[in-house]
Design a protein around this ligand. Structure first.
Ligand code: MN
Ligand code: MG
Length: 665
């Protein structure tokens, strides 16, 4: 591709770039921002000037610079900035006056990000691959996201030094040498730009750009940030600084909020503040992200103050472009000058997708610039991924994961547990018993009889992580009582049909309507499942009239679980937020709201485990029913593993690629 034309004030961006990395006070930073060579504005015309300005935004790219799925080791049409760039260049060609912003969560999130942060760390003077791409693309300003802090402050500052455009973050403070509190990053910039108005005259505008990050960075990256920086409330910061931007001459204020949009009123130090930010006077456009959702879209129908047609929240033009470059946010503003002020007369915000979701058809080709510019880093990442990270002496498969403990599920549970142990260290939660919930993700059925994890003995490569953990869920930790744990497992046990001890000699175990990913087992507990009892819950999570329990012999460290005792259970965001309708689970029970993906905990766990061996951390079994043969259907691929599985025997194979198996003592 042809690199985008350099911004008209590129000469003043050079000093900006240096000072952004030096961390100066806003006052000094802004002083420099104004000091470039400026052309005199034309004389004020008689008719009020009108001007169209297009704001473009990417957010939450998470290092998906290429349209490449590093876990599956193949190109993808689903995401990647290389595709979004094609949309950006089209949008630029349609509108001569345009600005491009990135809203953060750029530097972390895939193996390429890990490569340059950890495996082959950037050396002095190296440019981070994200900035090799974004510098060429021509970004006007960018915001720091919460994930930017994941690799620590020294790495972040080193990486940001490679950006040839200014970074803003207004609500993170640090202490200077004299103990004075100051901004840890440039809080806002005024970009001086020349645009052609509707009458063809050049107009000089100062575009104020301010950035915000969730104050929860102090929890999520405590080990990197505690004692070094302090995060302030987003809305309070905006109320204090937006008027200052206006006073310093901003004609227009664009807020880059790495913060989501909640339906209900949010309190002090809230994570998702977009609704409140739209009510801060002086913000002309709100570009937001963090939640990986899409605004405007039907997802936000019924939220207070939204106009999904024009893309506004409480009248303020607003957009959030999904994640990983799957959408470009386009916010068109029509400005009119009133005296010495520019005001937004009309606006329209929309998202442009890279793929048609319904037909799964790609809408754009990847721009070749990215592959060209980061060819070496991409190749090094692939080499690292294809290399083995651990070794397993046994096969890791999921063919029998619905009826007995499986290594494929157990490995995830153990990885999450290792994450939880680190997460609670030194916190008030330390000392509570730690448990880990995991479920079979690849378990045939309606996804097909080949849909299983089946990793042969030998090297475990990083790409196997995706096979073990399909979903980009985040880690969440719940605090629950022993009684609540039992009900969680009762809900899981709804996967099974009731077995009638006096019924037929051969009975089927699995209820086909139950989704395998809702069959949570809880590692750290031991228990038996008594299927002579009816299920206590329907698949919708409604209590049945059943009086008895299916979960029996529930023990923690050999002792019967006390109904009142408290436990920490690490799980995923889907379950913690109420997915699967599990009784008693929901966001109110979350005590550690971690931003990291469960998948990352698996990757870290494998990387720290040279030799992977089967273990006993999953300790549950279906209680035998005397006189009844317990049977289940799974993929025929499981037959190859029967020699290592004395507890299961083959009954028959079937033409559809499945097989009927029987559980034996
Ligand atoms: Mn993100
Ligand atoms: Mg984020």
């Amino acid at each position: 591709m042809r690199p985008a034309p350099l911004p008209s004030c590129s000469t003043i961006l050079q000093p900006m770039r240096r000072i952004a990395s030096l961390v100066l006070s806003s006052f000094f930073a802004l002083g420099l921002a104004w000091s470039g060579p400026l052309q005199a504005a034309p004389a004020t015309p008689a008719k009020p000037a009108a001007l169209k300005l297009r704001l473009l935004q990417t957010s939450d790219l998470h290092m998906n610079l290429l349209n490449y799925d590093y876990y599956q080791d193949r190109e993808t049409d689903d995401y990647g900035l290389a595709k979004t760039i094609t949309l950006i260049q089209r949008a630029r060609a349609e509108a001569p006056n345009h600005l491009l912003f990135d809203n953060g969560d750029l530097l972390q999130g895939n193996p390429l990000g890990d490569l340059v942060a950890r495996i082959q760390p950037l050396r002095k003077g190296d440019t981070h691959p994200a900035y090799k791409v974004l510098n060429l693309l021509g970004v006007d300003a960018a915001n720091v996201g919460n994930h930017e802090f994941n690799y620590g402050l020294p790495f972040l500052r080193q990486a940001l030094a490679g950006a040839s455009f200014p970074y803003v973050s207004a609500n993170v403070m640090e202490r200077g040498a004299q103990g004075q509190v100051r901004h840890a990053f440039t809080p806002f910039v005024l970009l001086k730009r020349q645009f052609k108005d509707e009458a063809g005259r050049m107009q000089t505008l100062k575009i104020g750009v301010i950035g915000f990050v969730p104050p929860q960075i102090m929890q999520w990256d405590r080990r990197h940030l505690q004692g070094r920086v302090e995060a302030r409330d987003i809305v309070e910061t905006a109320r204090a600084l937006v008027p200052r931007m206006r006073a310093q001459g901003a004609d227009l204020v664009v807020a880059l909020a790495h913060s989501g949009f909640e339906k209900t009123e949010q309190g002090h130090l809230a994570e998702n503040t977009v609704a409140e930010l739209t009510r801060v006077p002086g913000i002309d456009a709100l570009l937001f992200g963090h939640a990986h959702a899409e605004f405007p879209s039907a997802q936000f129908a019924g939220y207070p103050g939204v106009d999904l047609v024009q893309g506004r929240i409480h009248g303020v033009p607003a957009a959030m472009p999904g994640r990983w470059g799957d959408h470009l946010a386009v916010v068109d503003l029509e400005l009119q000058r009133q005296g010495r002020r520019w005001a937004v007369r009309h606006s329209r915000a929309e998202l442009r997708p890279i793929m048609d979701r319904a037909s799964r058809r790609a809408l754009v080709k990847a721009d070749p610039m990215v592959a060209h510019v980061i060819a070496r880093e991409h190749a090094d990442t692939l080499q690292a991924l294809r290399a083995s990270v651990a070794h397993s002496e046994v096969a890791i498969h999921s063919y029998f994961s619905q009826v007995q403990p499986s290594l494929a599920v157990d490995l995830v549970a153990r990885a999450q547990l290792a994450y939880l142990e680190r997460a609670v260290q030194g916190t008030a939660l330390e000392g509570l018993p730690l448990l880990s919930a995991a479920a079979p993700f690849k378990a045939g059925g309606r996804q097909g009889w080949n849909f299983y994890t089946d990793i042969p003995p030998g090297p475990l490569a990083a790409k196997h992580v995706a096979d073990l953990y399909l979903y980009p869920n985040q880690i969440k930790v719940l605090k629950l009582t022993g009684a609540e744990l039992r009900e969680w497992l009762e809900m899981s046990a709804g996967q099974f049909r009731r077995i009638d001890p006096a019924g037929p000699a051969e009975q089927e175990l699995l209820d086909d309507d139950f989704r395998a990913y809702n069959f949570d087992m809880i590692a750290g507990l031991s228990y038996e499942i008594d299927l002579s009892q009816p299920a206590r819950y329907t698949t919708e999570g409604l209590r049945t009239p059943a009086q008895g329990h299916r979960i029996v012999q529930l023990r923690y460290q050999g002792q019967a679980v006390d109904a009142q005792a408290e436990f920490l259970v690490v799980t995923n965001s889907y379950r913690a937020n109420g997915g699967g309708n599990f009784p008693g689970l929901g966001p109110a029970r979350i005590v550690v709201d971690a931003p990291d993906e469960n998948r990352q905990s698996v990757a870290q766990y494998l990387a720290s485990t040279a030799e992977f061996k089967p273990s006993r951390s999953s300790d549950w079994r279906i209680r035998p029913v005397p006189g009844v043969k317990l049977r289940f259907v799974s993929g025929a691929g499981g037959i190859a593993h029967l020699a290592q599985t004395p507890s299961i025997k083959l009954v028959e194979t079937r033409p559809d690629g499945s097989a009927l198996y029987e559980l034996v003592e």
